[in-house]
Ligand binder design. Structure first.
Ligand code: AMP
Length: 114
């Protein structure tokens, strides 16, 4: 079995973190290096490495991450818009091999992204 990622340790409460949200399928934490005034990571408890490694049975989990992001956006009154990002692979900027959704908001976000 491969070693636990930092996000799995956080979800398992082996590393302390303040959860913005927690349920049976995922946890949400503030990014340690925020790229926008609001930058939250929604992390599945299941250690899916990245989108490429998703199995058909993971579709409901990843859908749940998106709904959780939507619920957090409502709770945090992100009424001017928000962006959801999933980085897959080195060239896309993935640094932690545990699938997660970035919820970014609070400033104008460029398109195309850098
Ligand atoms: P990615 O580059 O898409 O794999 O995203 C990983 C994100 O995790 C980066 O934005 C990091 O700043 C963030 N990160 C890494 N370690 C921690 C941590 N201990 N707590 C919160 N965020 C973290």
């Amino acid at each position: 079995m491969s070693a636990k990622t930092i996000f799995q340790k956080i979800a398992d409460k082996e590393i302390p973190a303040k959860f913005e949200h927690e349920d049976e399928l995922c946890v949400a934490i503030r990014d340690i290096n925020p790229q926008a005034p609001t930058h939250i990571l929604i992390i599945p408890r299941k250690p899916i490495a990245r989108v490429e490694q998703m199995q058909p049975e993971d579709a409901a989990i990843v859908g749940h991450l998106v709904l959780t992001a939507r619920n957090l956006a409502q709770k945090l009154h992100l009424t001017h818009g928000f962006r959801l990002v999933i980085n897959n692979g080195r060239q896309a900027g993935e640094t932690v091999p545990h699938l997660h959704v970035h919820l970014l908001a609070g400033r104008d976000l460029d398109w195309p992204p850098g």
